[in-house]
Design a protein around this ligand. Structure first.
Ligand SMILES: NC(=O)c1ccc[n+]([C@@H]2O[C@H](COP(=O)([O-])OP(=O)(O)OC[C@H]3O[C@@H](n4cnc5c(N)ncnc54)[C@H](OP(=O)(O)O)[C@@H]3O)[C@@H](O)[C@H]2O)c1
Length: 292
């Protein structure tokens, strides 16, 4: 099987490339070679490379910047997936597209989770583009898999635990405030890549949630992570109101992997188990600042 992967330099795309290339031929052009916003590039590449699957991990993910850079966000997050979906349809390919917990408004009472068929109602412009990306894929490609993820971490790029670690290691006796009123499921991007591979192998299609089992607040995530890393620092719980950001975040980002479970495909462990495994494997490297 041949897979055309976009966004392979990104946090999730890099994990997908590593996981998928063990069994498949993976073609992972960079943004310059394969700009998803260029219809000509997309259609020529799909026609020439003739992949079985197009896996789209490319996106504009700077959530706050999306509020001001609306045209760029719209181009990369909506027009890009639309081009890929139309290309997939024209050459009878399957498209696997990655979406986000930010398509929901997060107003369900904690700990009620969001299911695949809950109505989308994004709070931010980024969330709006991800919702529209899903619609573009569904409307244009007869064969699609949409995978919604959230609260990702891993070795590649910026993420919450890495930022926290940088702050904690600089600790000058000051406490670190972390919001305690946003809930979700910390999810290792490597595990999502494994889950995507299993979905592809299964031949199933549709919309899937793929996050770790269980949930916590950002503050609880921070505390668990720093304790496992054996770093002593003073963490203080605070509220979202104390830290206003340009883009609103959902208070409840808990996604239930209902569809994966129904089909016997769910391999996502609890968030604590996977964070332990991640720290066992990469904790030393993180302390040495080796994450790329
Ligand atoms: N990270 C999270 O916590 C999170 C949460 C929910 C959902 N998601 C979703 O998961 C997916 C992957 O996110 P991520 O965090 O891995 O993203 P990321 O680290 O920001 O990577 C984005 C990738 O997209 C590429 N890209 C940007 N514009 C492009 C274009 N016009 N044509 C081709 N490639 C382009 C980037 O290339 P360059 O490196 O060259 O710019 C990079 O490889 C996205 O759909 C995102 O919405 C992520």
């Amino acid at each position: 099987m041949k897979i055309l992967l976009t966004g392979a330099s990104g946090r999730l795309g890099s994990e997908c490339e590593q996981v998928l290339k063990r069994d498949y031929e993976v073609i992972a052009p960079d943004k310059e070679e394969f700009d998803i916003t260029s219809w000509d590039k997309v259609i020529t590449s799909i026609s020439q490379l003739s992949p079985d699957i197009i896996l789209n991990c490319a996106a504009f993910t700077k959530v706050d910047e999306c509020e001001t850079e609306r045209k760029v966000a719209e181009r990369i997050n909506v027009e890009g997936p639309r081009n890929l979906a139309q290309g997939a349809a024209r050459y009878d390919k399957v498209i696997v597209h990655i979406s986000s917990d930010f398509v929901f408004n997060g107003r369900k009472r904690i700990p009620q989770p969001y299911f695949e068929d809950d109505p989308m109602d994004p709070l931010s412009f980024y969330g709006l583009t991800k919702m529209e990306s899903e619609m573009a894929v569904k409307q244009n490609a007869p064969n699609y898999i949409i995978v919604r993820v959230g609260w990702l971490y891993g070795m590649r790029g910026d993420n919450f635990p890495k930022k926290l670690l940088t702050l904690a290691l600089k600790d000058k006796g000051e406490s670190i405030s972390v919001v305690n009123d946003q809930f979700g499921s910390p999810t290792w991007s490597y595990r999502v890549a494994r889950q995507i591979k299993l979905l592809i192998d299964s031949g199933k299609e549709g919309i899937y949630h793929a996050t770790s089992e269980g949930y916590c607040s950002r503050y609880e995530w921070a505390r668990y992570f720093l304790e496992k890393m054996e770093i002593k620092t003073s963490l203080v719980p605070c509220t979202t109101k104390d830290y206003p950001t340009p883009a609103m975040r959902p208070a409840n980002s808990i996604l239930e992997n209902r569809q994966l479970k129904r089909e016997g495909l769910n391999i996502m462990p609890t968030w604590q188990k996977d964070l332990d495994a991640f720290i066992d494997e990469y904790g030393e490297k993180l302390l040495r600042g080796e994450g790329v």
